[in-house]
Design a protein around this ligand. Structure first.
Ligand SMILES: *Cc1c(COP(=O)(O)O)cnc(C)c1O
Length: 426
C-alpha cells in the first residue's frame, strides 16, 4: 500500500484522488491532470535554529540539509509603503543583497528549489536529473549540482545561455545543452522530457516537483514566522505560476496547524504584455492553448522585458494548479507593460535603495494596478515578492563564471537527439 520504506517524513499524494504515490512520482497513474503534493507527518509549524532555507526543513521533503546562505528574506517596507499609501507592506527579497541579509547566490528564488530538489532526489536513489530552464533555474541548479556533486543535465534556449553562470568554479557535474537559434522555453521543456525518456535520467518535473514547490513556499513560512499570521495579499510575477501554487500550499499547511486563523492570501499574479497567457486565460475563463499560433507567441515573447516569464505551457488547468489557486484564494491576474515594469524598478530602487530585476518590477507594477483598481485595500497586509535581482549586486561581491556549454544542438527534437545519442553514449 502507501507505506514507503524510505522514511516516514512525508507522503506524496495526488491533489485530486488523494492516493499515495511513489516518493519521486510526478503523475498520478489515475489522474494525469492533477499535481502531486507533499503531506508531511509534522503538522505543527516547527523551525530549526538556523537562518537559511533549512530552518523550515520539517516541511521540505529531504531528510538531509546542507550548509548554505540560501533562504527567504522578508522585511517590512517603510519608504515604498509610504509612497503607495500602504500601512502593512512586506517585501520578500529573494535575490542577493547582503544589506538586507539576502544571500541567494544565483540571484533569484530559483535557489529555493534547487538544493531541496537535488537532496530529495539523491535520498531516493536518483543518480542524475534533467531539466529545462529559461535561465534562472539553470543557474540555481548548476550551482546546487556543484555543491552536492550531483549529475545535472540542463537544457536552455540559446537566448538564455549567456545568463547561465555560477558564483563558483563550474564543475563536471553539469551538462549544459543549448538549443541553437532558439528563444523558446517550451522547446527546451520538450527536449528535456525526451532526454529523460531516452537516456533514463530522472526528469526534474517543473511544477510537478514537490521539492521545488515546497522550497518556493518557504517565503510564506518566513512571513508567518516573523508576523505570526498570513498576509492578506501575495503579489508575484509569474511565468509558470509554480511560485504562486507554492505560496497557496504553504498557506494551507499553516492554516492546518490551527495556529493561523487567517484566510489564505489572495494571489495577485503579474504577466508582461504582450505575452500574458495566464492572465488571458483567467480573465476570459478559457484554457491555455500552447500550440495555437506558435509564431505569434514567439513574436510576443521577443517583445517582453521580463523573458523569464515566457512560459507557453504553464500548469494552469491542472487540479491543484494555478487556476485552482486563483479560485481558492479569490485571486487576480494583471497584464503590465514594459514601461510600467521599468517605472516600477526605478520606484523600488528610489524608495528601498535596492535594484531589482524586471520580473520583480512586474510584480510591483501589478501591485500599483491592484491598488488603483481597488482590488487591494491599503489597510490590508501585502507581501510583495521581489523574486530576484539577478547579478545586480552579486557581481560586486563574487566572481561569476559562465557554465561551459556541453553540447549545442539543433532545436528540432529528432536532430537534437541524434546529436545527443553520440554524446550520451560516451
Ligand atoms: C522563475 C521566475 C519567476 C516566475 O516564477 P513562477 O512562479 O515559476 O512562474 C519570477 N521571477 C523570477 C526572478 C524568476 O526567476
Amino acid at each position: 500500500m502507501g507505506e514507503e520504506a524510505a522514511g516516514t517524513k512525508l507522503r506524496i499524494v495526488c491533489a485530486k484522488c488523494g492516493d499515495t504515490l511513489a516518493p519521486l512520482a510526478h503523475v498520478c497513474p489515475r489522474c494525469p491532470d492533477a499535481l502531486p503534493r507533499a503531506e508531511y507527518a509534522e503538522k505543527r509549524f516547527v523551525m530549526q535554529d538556523r537562518g537559511d532555507i533549512f530552518r523550515f526543513a520539517a516541511w521540505l521533503p529531504a531528510e538531509a540539509t546542507v550548509e548554505t546562505t540560501i533562504g527567504p528574506t522578508v522585511f517590512r517596507s517603510e519608504q515604498l509603503a509610504e509612497t503607495l499609501g500602504l500601512t502593512e507592506l512586506s517585501v520578500a527579497f529573494s535575490g542577493y543583497a547582503p544589506e538586507v541579509t539576502a544571500r541567494n547566490v544565483t540571484g533569484t528564488f530559483k535557489d529555493f528549489e534547487a538544493l531541496p530538489t537535488l537532496l530529495y532526489l539523491r535520498e531516493h536513489g536518483a543518480t542524475g536529473v534533467v531539466l529545462a530552464s529559461a535561465g534562472n533555474t539553470a543557474r540555481a541548479f548548476a550551482y546546487a549540482a556543484g555543491v552536492l556533486g550531483f549529475p545535472t543535465t540542463i537544457v536552455v534556449p540559446e537566448a538564455a545561455a549567456a545568463s547561465v553562470w555560477v558564483p563558483a568554479r563550474p564543475t563536471e557535474d553539469v551538462r549544459l545543452i543549448v538549443l541553437a537559434k532558439s528563444a523558446d522555453y517550451a522547446t527546451a521543456i520538450r527536449l528535456a522530457g525526451a532526454i529523460a525518456a531516452r537516456y533514463g535520467i530522472h526528469p526534474e518535473g517543473g511544477a510537478r516537483n514537490v521539492a521545488r514547490r515546497d522550497g518556493m513556499g518557504t517565503t510564506i513560512l518566513e512571513y508567518a514566522r516573523i508576523e505570526r499570521r498570513l498576509p492578506r495579499h501575495y503579489v508575484q510575477a509569474v511565468g509558470s505560476g509554480t511560485g504562486a501554487i507554492a505560496a497557496w500550499e504553504a498557506a494551507l499547511r499553516l492554516q492546518a496547524t490551527g495556529e493561523f486563523g487567517d484566510p489564505a492570501p489572495q494571489l495577485h499574479l503579474a504577466q508582461n504584455v504582450p505575452f500574458t497567457p495566464i492572465h488571458d486565460a483567467w480573465t476570459a475563463g478559457e484554457e491555455i492553448e500552447p500550440e495555437r499560433d506558435v509564431e505569434g507567441q514567439l513574436r510576443r515573447i521577443a517583445a517582453i522585458t521580463a523573458p523569464v516569464l515566457a512560459n507557453r505551457t504553464p500548469p494552469f488547468a491542472l487540479e491543484g494548479g494555478v487556476r485552482a489557486a486563483l479560485r481558492a484564494t479569490g485571486g487576480h491576474t494583471y497584464a503590465v507593460t514594459n514601461s510600467e515594469i521599468e517605472a516600477a524598478q526605478r520606484l523600488f530602487e528610489e524608495r528601498e535603495g535596492l535594484r531589482i530585476g524586471p520580473e520583480s518590477g512586474a510584480a510591483l507594477a501589478a501591485l500599483c494596478q491592484g491598488l488603483a483598481l481597488g482590488w487591494i485595500d491599503r489597510a490590508e497586509s501585502v507581501l510583495l515578492h521581489v523574486t530576484g535581482n539577478g547579478d545586480a549586486v552579486l557581481r560586486r561581491d563574487v566572481a561569476l563564471r559562465p557554465v561551459p556549454v556541453w553540447r549545442r544542438v539543433p532545436p528540432e527534437r529528432d536532430a537534437a537527439l541524434q546529436a545527443l545519442d553520440r554524446a550520451f553514449a560516451r
